[in-house]
Structures are given as C-alpha cells and as structure tokens.
Design a protein around this ligand. Sequence first.
Ligand SMILES: [Zn+2]
Length: 215
Amino acid sequence: MKITKLTSQKTISNSYLIEEDGFVVIIDPGQDGVVETEIDSKGYKPEYILLTHEHFDHVEDLEAVRMKYRIPVIASKICSERLGDPKTNLSIIEDILSYFKTGVIAEERSPRFSCREAEIIYEGTYEFLWRGHTFLFTEAPGHSPGCVLITLDGRYVFTGDYMILNEEPTLRLKGGDPESYETITAPLLNQMPDGMKICPGHGPSYLKGREGEAE
Ligand SMILES: [Zn+2]
C-alpha cells in the first residue's frame, strides 16, 4: 500500500490517494485538478471517493472526478446532504475564506457550486473493506456537522480540518458547533493512541505524540 498526499495551491488543501496494486481510493478530491493529474500520470485505476467533510476546499473537484472515472462517493449522511448547497459547502464564501488561508486575493471570483449526494451513505460509524484494508468512518461534528474521521487499518487517520499541526480547530464557520466538538469529537481525538499517523486536510502529516518531527 502506498499513500500519496496531493496539495492544491488554491487553499493549500490536502487530498490523499491510497494505492494497492494500481487501484486507488481517493480521500477528498480537493481543487486545482491535483487528483486527476496524479491519477492520469501514474495510470492508476480509481475505485472510490471518500469524504472527510463537505467544505468547498475538499470537494471542489468532486463532480469532475466522480464523472470522469465513474466511481461512487462514500460520505456521512449529513455531509452528503450538505454537499448540494453552496451555503453549506461554503463555496458561497470561498474567496473570503481562501484569502484568510493564503493571504492572496483571487483575481477572478470563484464560482459557487453544488455536488450531488453520495452513492454510499452512513450514520454513526461505518466500516468499509477494500482490497485487504479496513477503513473506519466515525462522525466527528464541531468544525462542520458532516465531519468524520477516517481511520485506515488502525494506523492512519485522515482528520479533515481537525488535528492540523499547530492549529486549533475552526469551530466558528457556519455549521460549526463548539459544544458537539467538546462532547463528541475532542474525546475521540484525545483517545487516539500515540504513534497513529495523522493525515490532516491541511499541512504536514505527523505521528501523534511526535508533532515536533512532522515531515
Ligand atoms: Zn473545513
């Protein structure tokens, strides 16, 4: 198994490809065509798209990628519902949020967009087996209602906008909820054992408990 991290320039958001025997699972299609470019240059065969949450910087390329490769999307029920509305996927305020992330003012206004619902939807937790690997999805609201943590083989965790190195989680965006973060998500993150590989939606990956040695 090989994990590749791809970073879009627009909002410095991370997408990940999990590869096994030339087949790949995509975690968050992201922006700027980074996923398509990598898949096509390597000749990978994509099979599924998994989503950490519904925000534009993680799903702007979702429709292009799912149409091009004709593959299903797996998302929490809430995430799936919120993909379809520019007010809940936050593409309506993309340029303002991008400016805060990058300090660059967009030359052209970014289009608002909506995505179709996911083909495979779950609530609570969901275990997904793929080519000898186990993905475990766990709902983790707070940053947005549709957020989940995606654990792979009990060793890697794709955290979306949680556990970004040296950053407190953003709980103030529309749909953010500090109370559900404190009661549901913070305990899940705290219980995660040291040595887990943290693969966040922005910034470097690192081992929990060894943040100082981030790649
Ligand atoms: Zn987000």
